[in-house]
Each structure stands twice: as C-alpha cells, then as structure tokens.
Design a protein around this ligand. Sequence first.
Ligand code: FE2
Ligand code: FE2
Length: 296
Amino acid sequence: MNSTPQQFTASEINPLQSLDEWEDDVLRRYPDPDAIATAKAKEAYRNYDAPARDTVAEFYRLNHQYQTYDFVQQKSADYLRFGRKVMPVWDAFDFLNQLVDDSDPDTDLDQFQHLLQTSEAIRRDGHPDWMVLVGLMHDMGKVLCLFGEPQWAVVGDTFPVGCAYSDKVVYPEYFSLNPDFTNPKYNTELGVYAKGCGLRHVTMSWGHDEYVYHMLKDYIPEEGQYMLRYHSFYAWHREGQYGHLLDDHDRKMEKWVNLFNPYDLYSKNPTPPVWQELEPYYRDLIKRYLPDTLRF
Ligand SMILES: [Fe+2]
Ligand SMILES: [Fe+2]
C-alpha cells in the first residue's frame, strides 16, 4: 500500500518543463559579457518569460527544502556504489539523450549536442585535450533523472550542506524551509566543518556534478575533476562565497573552474556541429582517457 503521506503530481515533483529551463535561468543571471554589447543580447533574453521564471522558482523551492545534509548522505551512499548499470561510453551518450523534452518543439538541442558544443568550443580555443573531454562529459550525471531522481536532486546551483547557507545562493529565501536551517548542528557559519578544511571535505548538495565527478575522477587530471565537481557551484566561482571553507588548494584550482564555466554557459549555438567530421577525433580522445565501459 502507498504509505506516502502526500500525493504529488508529476509537475509538482518536477516543475521544470525541461532541465534546460534551469540552465536558461543561469544564463539570465550570468549573461554572456560578449553578447551584452551586441544585438544578440535581446535575442538571448527572448525565452526568459515570466512563466518560465515561476517554474524555476518552484524548482528551487523544492531543491532548497529537500537537499538536507542527511539526504545527501543517503544519495551518496546509494549512487556512489555505481551498482546500477555498466555501459560502453558511447551507449552512455544515447542513454543520456533519452532525456528529451517532447513538450517544447522549439527547445534546445539534445543533451549530446550541448556536450559536443561545449567540448568543441574548448577545443577551438586550443585547451588541453583532457579539458575537451571534460566538456564532452560534464553533464553525464544528468542520467540521475533516468534513474528516477527528481529534477531538484539532479540540476540546480549546488551549495554546501551541513553549514549555514550563503544568501548569494539563488533564491536564498527558500532555505528557511529546509529542516537543517533551524538545526544548531548545521546552521552556524562552519556547521560540521573546520575553518579552511578544503572543499574536498565539504558535502555539496546532491546532483549531477558530484555524481559525474566520482564517475570520472580516476581518469581526468585534478584541474578537470574540479571542473566536473563544482561547475554548478555558482555561489563560489561566480559570487566568491564560502571562503571560510576553502584551503590554498581550492584557491589554486578555482581558476580552472572559472576557465571552464563560460564554455558551459556560452557555447550554445543553434547550428549543430557536424558529428561525422568530428567522430574520429572523439573516438580517439575517449579511447585514450576512458575505459571501454563506464559504471553508473
Ligand atoms: Fe551541468
Ligand atoms: Fe552543461
């Protein structure tokens, strides 16, 4: 029998029409500085209408309310055993692409196209090939949705749990709904952490960043691991918050996270890259860095 005290409709659990709605909102908050000076800016804002904003607000309400310290411990213990699926890397892209948004014919390109556009923009600028690989893989963790996780446990800006929230995290007012907000164990500036302990000792809200970091950490240089793990931690890399948790190593690595971020945000292009021309390069890249199969 169903023991859930409350029944939720699908749209109540997952208010976003597609995961892109979150990313469009990030782009609204951090617009492309190059586009601002041009007519492109107007075009870029076209999609940010009021209804989308409401669903994003509702999405963050759920995210901030339910991402407790205990919730993250549970999800980490479950998912970081990587016991769900073993897939060849190329099958994993097809699997990820099942996350299509049928509801909006005008919607963005599929998940793989976003990854490919990110990696191609990195490659065009002559960055090391491991960073191209990071571009190609950075959102693979969104497969969490396909394992039944709600949107608020997959995407959204990430933030430390187990200590007080910064008011520079988007929609900070919703944190008062989180039980940790009034728990004296978790609601002081340092909470469960020691000053300057380093981000590797900090538990972040659960989502696609943490998951893909653990999936790939053995195959990618540390600079790339930081890009994977903290790419949605905007309160740190864009807003300069949580300095009391950082150590010297984090401060050294931050520039790599900042180097990566614009490629994630600003590489979207309605003209898809021609995959047939790019395939040999990517087949070789993946062969050099990754095992034949990935565990999920
Ligand atoms: Fe992402
Ligand atoms: Fe992305």
